[in-house]
Design a binder for this molecule. Sequence first.
Ligand SMILES: Nc1nc2c(ncn2[C@@H]2O[C@H](COP(=O)(O)OP(=O)(O)O)[C@@H](O)[C@H]2O)c(=O)[nH]1
Ligand SMILES: [Mg+2]
Length: 311
Amino acid sequence: MHRHLLFALNPAICGLYPSPDLPAAPPSALFLLHIFCAPKLAVLPLSARSLSATGGLLRRTDMEKWIHQIEEWIYQQPVEQLYVAFAVLVFTFVFFGLFRILRRSKSNTIVLAGLSGSGKTVLFYQLRDGSPHLGTVTSMEPNDGTFVLHSELEKKGKLNPVHLIDVPGHSRLRPKLDEFLPHAAGVIFVVDSLDFLPNCRAAAEYLYDVLTKAIIVKRRIPILILCNKADKVTAHSKEFIRKQLEKEIDKLRTSRSAISTADITSDYTLGVPGEAFSFSHCRNKVTVADASGLTGEISEVEQFIRELVRP
Ligand SMILES: Nc1nc2c(ncn2[C@@H]2O[C@H](COP(=O)(O)OP(=O)(O)O)[C@@H](O)[C@H]2O)c(=O)[nH]1
Ligand SMILES: [Mg+2]
């Protein structure tokens, strides 16, 4: 097995073992044969037993005979043909692997999440139309649109549109988030930095739920914590908000792990055990920025979006 592996990894090695009866042995093919057949041989005693119990005819010796025949057949094939077959196999695996990676990274969906009143809808309109559309009623349905960012309309050339979804923060509608996350290239978690302290716990709970979702962790979906309403002088700084959220999440982590495991709805645990929680512990990238959806100071939001959805 060892030798076959070596052979398969470096066909050039084969030349080091010239054998008169095996002139140009096709080791990679043999290697494949052993890879596919060895596990069957390993389980054979069991299957042979069950087969003989039901009157079956398959025996270990039969299997070995077949393998021997296949080995002989392989030796009779032109070496080039076997190498071409091997190369085609490898190429197919690589091609489908790359295809899956590319398909994943090509998503143009950005999800806006956060508590009600944090400014998601205003931000949605600001990104789409360059205006906050004040006076719109609180929506109970997600705002969903595919467009080129308003600030980019002047740019020449064809730009890749962004699919933006504004998921209402009402707790009853949060399960909607699970519908959109599998397609998300990134999540913007909007926080009201004006009215932050009274909502800190609730915002941390929502963020905790987002950060522990399997899809977020496994696919390492980047999250931007957006401290909105920065136009007001009384707004808290993004550093303050980051620290407070980390503290709250740390508390949640302890309290939630104390609940019986059957009760926990989150898919993953957060942070490093024994250390105070920090966003840098997350497997996915978590960044913090400030903005004002109302006045249109949203350059960091646009930058985040364009890093994930290439223009
Ligand atoms: N000062 C200020 N107010 C904002 C800003 N963004 C939103 N608001 C206000 O916050 C309230 C809630 O905004 P909305 O977009 O409906 O929040 P949503 O529930 O998260 O969709 C509205 O009264 C907005 O006018 C902002 O950047 N600055
Ligand atoms: Mg809204």
